[in-house]
Write a new protein. Structure first.
Length: 71
């Protein structure tokens, strides 16, 4: 299991795709999301992230999910 860091917070990352390219795309997309205030507010509630080949699934503490296209 890997770790995803954004700001000062880290969460577990389950890389289901097992591809280095997917992780690079996610890192680029997370840098873009640093400018999104709403995402930064939601990030505080993320408990787990699953990474697939073209999407990342952010799981929140209340059970909801956010699907983020990374391709």
């Amino acid at each position: 299991m890997e770790i995803l860091t954004f700001g000062r917070r880290t969460v577990p990352l389950k890389n289901k795709a097992r591809r280095l390219e997917s992780r690079k795309l996610l890192n680029e997309r997370m840098r873009e999301m640093a400018l999104d205030l709403e995402f930064r507010r939601q990030w505080k509630k993320v408990t787990d992230v699953e990474l697939w080949s073209d999407a990342a699934i952010f799981k929140f503490s209340d059970g909801t999910k956010l699907y983020l296209n990374i391709s």
